[in-house]
Design a protein around this ligand. Sequence first.
Ligand code: BTN
Length: 325
Amino acid sequence: MSGTYKHEILKKLQHANGEAISGQQLADDFELSRTAIWKYIKQLEEEGYVFETIRKKGYILKSQPNLIDALKIKAALETETFGEQIIFKETLPSTQPEAHQLAQQGAPAGTIVICEEQTSGRGRMQREWKSQKGKGIWMSVILRPNVPPYEAPQFTLVAAVAIAKAIEEVADIRPEIKWPNDLLIDGLKITGILTELQADPDRVNALIMGIGINVNHETDDFPEDIRDIATSLKLQTGKEIDRAKLIARILLHLENYSNMYVESGFQPIKKEWENYSCTIGQQIKVSTINEVFYGKAVAITNDGVLKVQLPDGETRSVYSADIEI
Ligand code: BTN
């Protein structure tokens, strides 16, 4: 209950547009004592909210911490349905298993699981994914596209375009897509995407799209062993980025592009993917489960398959692999 009062008091002060609201008025509105109101204000201050207290007038909200929560994301949403259901937790081992479970229980497309900190975040190939508290976007989105399971990997490409576009709009910097699931800025990793599948033999039940974005990290926030391969939007732009706004924008583009894919396939998205790509035209090392080979990434097909030309002229289709440029 106390969490609800605190939230409601905060909402009132947020909507006061810089006008003071007196402790007495808040006390009357919520049928609490003035001391109780003062205690909630102190709690909010401990969470990073800054108030100006004017004698005889009351409290003015001067600034808010860069936190994310369901309300803040919802306030920024422009989607049809994505983000209608937001499961927000301060800390989770990983958002992926939580989202898998919700999907199995029938959660609708566009449901998101998001947290401020993951203690066992994971990337592709069971790699560890560092998820520092309050610095990034660590979320899993449930998609329910009506497509056969073999098309699931294409949604990683769709998500990459959606996220790249959202980053460009909100942070005013253009990331590059490294096939299939990384976004880079200046050659350093800013985003990883992990697409997992719940399917019957002939149809997808749910895609669990895990998205990790390094947003407001300082250099010291990264463990030493990844400092030369990872970066954050803040390090690249010099600006603190509003994570709720970025999440809302990602959901908007993810909703639009995944609908577009279901209606018309990858082809209408391909041009935008190519414009963001730093893979095509590069000499690359390809590591699949079975083999490692070198070649030139020459094209992406209308189905989202990477074409790699080997030194002897043979061209291979790569559906799933890790690549190094
Ligand atoms: C990769 O680059 O290998 C993919 C990284 C995916 C990280 C995200 S963060 C949210 C979701 N929860 C996880 O444990 N992993 C994904």
